[in-house]
Design a protein around this ligand. Structure first.
Ligand code: SF4
Ligand code: SF4
Length: 442
């Protein structure tokens, strides 16, 4: 992370995205087990029981209430199906598969072009690397989403997963864009890449993006190389000229965002007939050195630490994601998910402790907020659990989730965590109200 100015000066500090040209990812050996998460509680929607054999690419579980499947990333035997409690007490289903040495792979698509459909993409690719965001598209209303944005830059600092994919998987990305245009009916596809500070240090992906755009008919747009320019709200505003009204969904606005890896997964899947199962991840070590790793989806992060000699001591912290928007996990058994772009390990000594100090009204959080949220007031209401007031009076829904306010808070208040919790609780209440209304009308 490059910090170009002092934190506490009058001007806002600048954070630059990675512009390194990463080497090819190092593949780690096949894991002994993989754990696949479904982000909803288990509702008896397993397609295979404990003890049953499964091939790589085979369907194992329906993804929540949708028609999408969780796909096995290894060949082996289902060893358990259990609950997992994640952030804010949210309940997931965890399916664990013991991998066998002999791999057999199942084809899910044939060679018939008719099989290249939105229905098949939604069913089979929701769990593929990059987690393609297909749920907003509908076969019956193809005019809903007009623009697809392919993000060829990572959304947080210190990582270069998407920049690597953008540079090295040109063919799959071109194919993926053509397929997405065909199956979704989107009118335009825009590839967002970081703007180079100077011509000698062009971030990886720049030259190749031109080739991808030419082959697929997508438009290339450069974004500022400063964080948080690659976050969806900033791309919508600065690249597409679309100021997003707080609280509106991307579906309502008509834009859908895909990472470069998600688009490559779509291209690879329909080209090969198989669901991709390998994920690229940036490992950020305690000394801030970085390495790109290629692993099977569901690999426990312990396997990655073992392969790269990362030793965890008491009170060290594991973060899934980048330094500003990532979330802590407390077990090395946590598996690599389709959207796990980075794993960061922080040494206990370098972690600034969360304190009990109250807000001193210094205004740093307000000054750094890219969308002018009155953060000092917002955090008071979130802390007190007054979520609706936080939304009604202090712009909770204008927050684009960049995490900069937490980073600069001199009182070490976990502002971003409070904001996340507030949004999560309001959404939970909205769904509960919807359910009771539906039950009353039934
Ligand atoms: S996370 Fe903080 S700084 Fe970022 S948009 Fe939200 S309130 Fe503003
Ligand atoms: S929340 Fe933190 S950064 Fe914001 S005004 Fe209070 S002490 Fe300063």
């Amino acid at each position: 992370m490059m910090i170009k100015r002092s934190f506490f000066g009058l001007a806002k500090p600048r954070f630059a995205y990675e512009s390194a040209n990463p080497a090819k990812p190092e593949k780690i050996s096949m894991p002994k087990i993989v754990t696949l998460f479904c982000k909803t509680p288990y509702r008896g929607n397993g397609l295979l029981a404990v003890g049953e054999k499964v091939k790589t690419g085979q369907k194992v579980l329906l993804y929540g209430d949708s028609d999408a499947y969780i796909i096995s990333s290894v060949t082996g035997t289902v060893s358990s199906v259990s609950s997992y409690i994640g952030d804010f007490g949210k309940s997931y289903t965890a399916i664990t598969i013991s991998a066998s040495a002999q791999e057999e792979t199942e084809d899910v698509f044939g060679k018939d072009p008719a099989e290249i459909s939105l229905e098949n993409a939604k069913k089979f690719l929701a769990f593929s690397p990059g987690a393609p965001a297909l749920e907003g598209f509908s076969e019956s209303d193809k005019s809903k989403i007009k623009t697809i944005v392919v993000c060829g830059v990572d959304t947080d600092l210190l990582m270069f997963t998407q920049q690597y994919v953008m540079k090295n998987r040109t063919e799959d990305i071109s194919k993926g864009i053509s397929i997405l245009k065909h199956i979704t009916g989107a009118e335009s596809v825009v590839i967002a890449i970081p703007r180079a500070d100077n011509s000698d240090s062009k971030p990886c992906g720049m030259k190749n993006a031109g080739a991808v755009g030419g082959a697929s008919g997508a438009e290339i747009r450069e974004i500022r190389s400063e964080y948080p320019a690659a976050l969806p709200h900033m791309i919508a505003k600065e690249v597409l000229g679309n100021v997003v009204t707080a609280g509106k969904t991307w579906e309502e606005i008509g834009i859908s965002f895909f990472s470069a890896e998600a688009v490559a997964s779509v291209g690879q899947a329909f080209r090969s007939g198989r669901v991709p199962v390998n994920k690229v991840v940036t490992l950020i070590k305690k000394d801030m050195s970085k390495v790109l790793v290629e692993v099977r989806l569901g690999t426990p992060i312990r396997d990655i630490f073992n392969a790269f000699d990362v030793t965890l001591n008491e009170k060290d912290r594991i973060i899934i994601g980048g330094p500003l928007t990532g979330a802590s996990v407390y077990s090395e058994d946590f598996p690599v998910q389709p959207d796990t772009d980075a794993i960061m390990v922080q040494d206990a000594e370098s972690i600034s402790a969360v304190s009990d100090y109250p807000c001193i009204n210094c205004g740093e959080c307000v000054r750094i907020c890219p969308v002018n949220v009155p953060v000092n007031m917002l955090v008071r209401f979130c802390e007190a659990g007054k979520y609706q007031d936080a939304a009604d009076m202090y712009d909770l829904y204008s927050c684009i989730g960049c995490g900069l306010c937490s980073f600069v808070c001199v009182a070490k208040i976990p502002i971003f965590q409070y904001i996340r919790l507030a949004k999560y609780e309001l959404e939970r209440m909205r769904l509960a109200n919807l359910e009771s209304e539906e039950a009353a009308n039934a």
